[in-house]
Ligand binder design. Structure first.
Ligand SMILES: Cc1cc2nc3c(=O)[nH]c(=O)nc-3n(C[C@H](O)[C@H](O)[C@H](O)COP(=O)(O)OP(=O)(O)OC[C@H]3O[C@@H](n4cnc5c(N)ncnc54)[C@H](O)[C@@H]3O)c2cc1C
Length: 472
């Protein structure tokens, strides 16, 4: 995704972040917040914006006595895994090493340990955030509890800049079983049986196991299927648990008993440095009937022009994820069985439109048998995105947004926003670089982020205040 911000501010500490927010407001600069930069629709970036980049804030610390892990806002999955594993701990992080933990956890955070330890956000105990005034505030279950609730599942970029997070630590472990099952050159009928097996298996699967499964159609493998996952136990037991998959025709499998760090590293090594793709995610809350399964398999039967890979991935939920009450965090789809993710990947730019249309055309069929979308796997064309991402939590989230970001400073094309006065954009026109005339991409509803005449605004030149110390 090509986007051209005016400024990228690489912040070194929370004070840098605070000053960036204050400066942006003074200059009427549209803001974006970025960590790992992995947002599928590029929402951490934007034309003619000031990007607050926290990726250099990579401090990590651990207090075993209190069972707490402290990470700064720029830490990635890889950094976190290496740190906790060196002390003997696993962590319910994500699969991609370069994804930022702040972006991951704010959106819920699905990972290969989630059925055992919960989503990434379920381990959060406290966040420290730079707010719309450039002040540093804390949020936990006792202090700014509504903000803390919202930041566990409503996605990043909405309420302020997360400068640090405190997680509780899971119990120490020695090894996990890394599960890999592949089926190459299969038929559509075999993909249907696979989907049927998947949903039956997941309905009462052991919570110590979390799998991702995929049916796909690729240039290299033709029609194929795969399973990857972690089991918090020994390989013999894992083999028994996934037996229904091993009994399917053509299964080639491997169960490795490895350290947690080796397991996440092997999974992470599958990601290419760069990929051109379009995708849409949905939650599955019911069992599919035969017709629906057949229709799902047909979705990937033919790849769009230029596509090298088209697939439907299934991310197992349940276990610890569904034990937590729906209203305990902003992550709404606690009762979903799994996330389903339709994706196409291409290599040459000229095929971009054909691939985007391919997803767009298939969305209604996928939506007709599913409910809501996962905010960490966003889709720009989603109608009613607030309801799709947040379900019945959308209205509460709008109130939290109005309370903690009353001037809508932190926003992006699918942000949580409330109706405001018409835009008063002038950063782009009077911006610091006169040669850059491009207007921001979503100015129609973002430009009003800073309404100058608004009452109750304090002098933006006042230094930032650290309220966090008094609020612990
Ligand atoms: C290859 C790949 C694999 C993935 N695998 C998984 C997976 O296994 N499980 C899963 O749940 N998700 C996964 N994701 C999705 C990923 O978790 C989300 O895209 C996540 O939001 C990315 O965070 P980031 O910091 O890397 O990205 P960014 O693009 O930097 O940020 C993502 C969003 O969070 C906001 N944000 C980032 N940092 C902060 C901060 N410090 N304070 C406030 N807001 C912030 C941004 O403004 C943006 O809206 C994957 C994505 C990719 C590209």
């Amino acid at each position: 995704m090509q986007q051209y911000p005016c400024i990228i501010n690489y912040c070194r500490d929370k004070w840098d972040v605070a000053h960036a927010v204050i400066w942006a407001r003074k200059c009427h600069a549209p803001l974006r917040i970025r960590n790992g930069g992995h947002n599928y629709e590029g929402y951490s970036n934007g034309n003619c914006t000031l990007v607050i980049d926290v990726s250099e804030m990579t401090g990590i610390d651990l207090d075993e006595r209190k069972n707490r892990l402290y990470v700064q806002g720029g830490v990635t999955n890889k950094l976190l895994y290496e740190f906790v594993a060196s002390k003997g701990y696993p962590f319910p992080g994500g699969t991609c090493p370069t994804v930022g933990v702040s972006g991951y956890a704010m959106g819920g955070g699905w990972g290969l340990s989630c059925r055992y330890f919960g989503l990434g956000c379920d381990s959060l105990e406290e966040i420290e955030l730079v707010n719309y005034e450039g002040n540093i505030i804390k949020a936990n279950r006792n202090c700014n509890a509504d903000l803390f609730w919202a930041c566990r599942g409503a996605g990043g970029g909405n309420f302020g800049v997360i400068v640090s997070m405190t997680f509780k630590l899971p119990p120490k472990i020695d090894n996990v079983t890394l599960i890999e099952i592949d089926y190459l050159q299969v038929s559509p009928e075999e993909q249907e049986v696979f989907l049927q097996t998947w949903q039956e298996w997941l309905s009462d699967a052991d919570p110590r196991i979390t799998l991702i499964s995929r049916i796909y159609n690729s240039v290299n493998d033709g029609l194929a299927m795969l399973i990857r996952g972690f089991f918090y136990g020994i390989p013999d037991e894992a083999e028994q648990i996934v037996k229904p998959f091993l009994e399917l025709a053509g299964a080639e499998y491997d169960f490795e008993y490895v350290t947690f760090l080796d397991a996440v590293t092997i999974i992470g090594s599958n990601y290419p440095d760069f990929e051109k793709f379009q995708s849409v995610s949905r939650f599955v809350l019911k069992d599919f009937n035969e017709c629906e399964i057949s229709a799902l398999v047909k979705l990937i039967g033919e790849r769009p022009e230029g596509s090298v890979f088209a697939g439907l991935s299934m991310y197992a939920l349940g276990g610890r994820v569904s034990e937590i009450e729906t209203d305990e965090t902003a992550f709404f789809y606690r009762n979903a069985h799994f996330i389903i993710w339709l994706e196409t990947t291409w290599e040459e730019n000229r095929f971009k439109e054909a691939n985007r249309c391919w997803i767009y055309d298939r969305f209604p069929a996928l939506a007709s048998v599913t409910t809501g979308s996962y905010v960490n796997f966003p889709y720009n064309e989603l109608p009613n995105y607030l309801e799709e991402y947040y379900g019945a939590h959308a209205s509460t989230l709008k109130k939290v947004k109005a309370k903690y970001d009353p001037f809508n400073i932190f926003t992006f094309p699918q942000g949580i926003w409330r109706k405001c006065q018409p835009p008063t954009p002038d950063f782009c026109e009077k911006g610091i670089d006169e040669t850059l005339t491009m207007k921001s991409d979503d100015a129609a509803y973002r430009g009003f982020r800073y309404v100058r005449d608004q009452v109750h605004q304090r002098d933006l030149f006042q230094p930032p205040v650290d309220h966090s110390a008094s609020q612990v």
